[in-house]
Design a binder for this molecule. Structure first.
Ligand code: F6R
Length: 254
């Protein structure tokens, strides 16, 4: 059988496979901590969901037990559901408060989340303002990311173009199905959301991407080996020059 030749048109993504997800969570948290210590005014891009939760837990521990100081850090959340009442218990804004912001010392003025209670026209204006605020902060130093089962990054669902920026999007059926539990049923899950775009994400200076569990194995394989393009937005990550994909053994099994 012919040896597999690396195709230069299909750049690869640096991968770290660990035995337990806790190892990855700790490594990503330590990388963030190191950055915040060396550059206190670090600009962080933040994801929500089951993937990064252990990273936040570790960052909170480092803050409490090792005086990790976020007093100059600036944060931008990746995405938010649209059409929610302000402070909705299933909103990402609320999730961030209970899993991170309430337990650390990022100043309120430095926390940027997208407002899921806006009606569509106002949300579109908010998207442009968000892009400007990121630019004014000097761009994102490090962005933490998970990958959806359909390859979405943020809420850049299949079909998302490489040149997209923060905008309102329609959610993919799988994304809504995956969110159903948190909303108490599929019919409660919003159909639209706001998300940073693919370009917004790829403009970050460093990307720490994580995927854990067997349910992510197929999409991880497609992310690493499939053609780069809108069908699987996570394949765009291979175009970034400073990215690491952390996998546990189950997510790497494909
Ligand atoms: C969340 C986000 C999403 C998730 C993805 C994976 O802010 O942007 O792209 O990272 O849906 O979700 P989990 O981690 O719950 O498997």
């Amino acid at each position: 059988m012919a040896a597999k030749v690396k195709d230069p048109a299909r750049p690869s993504l640096p991968v770290r496979i660990v035995v337990t997800r806790e190892e990855a969570e700790r490594a990503v948290a330590l990388e963030i901590a190191e950055l915040v210590r060396t550059k206190p005014r670090t600009v962080l891009g933040l994801a929500t969901g089951s993937t990064p939760i252990g990273v936040y837990r570790e960052l909170v521990r480092l803050h409490r037990e090792e005086a990790l100081d976020f007093s100059r850090a600036i944060t931008f959340n990746l995405d938010e559901y649209l059409g929610l009442v302000s402070g909705h218990p299933s909103s990402f804004g609320r999730w961030m408060r209970s899993n991170f912001f309430d337990a650390v010392n990022v100043p309120e003025v430095n926390i940027h989340t997208l407002d899921g209670s806006l009606e569509l026209a106002r949300a579109r204006v908010e998207c442009e303002r968000y892009e400007q605020t990121i630019a004014d902060a000097g761009g994102i130093d490090l962005m933490m990311l998970g990958i959806g089962r359909n390859g979405h990054i943020g809420f850049n669902e299949p079909g998302a173009a490489r040149d997209t920026r923060t905008r309102c999007v329609e959610l993919h059926p799988w994304t809504r199905a995956d969110a159903a539990h948190g909303f108490g049923g599929l019919e409660q899950v919003p159909h639209v959301a706001i998300t940073m775009g693919v370009t917004t994400i790829l403009d970050s200076r460093r990307l720490c991407v994580m995927a854990f569990g067997e349910h992510k194995a197929q999409i991880v394989k497609r992310t690493l080996e499939g053609a780069i393009g809108p069908d699987v937005p996570s394949t765009y990550l291979r175009e970034h020059s400073n990215v690491c994909l952390w996998l546990d053994r189950s997510a790497a099994s494909g």
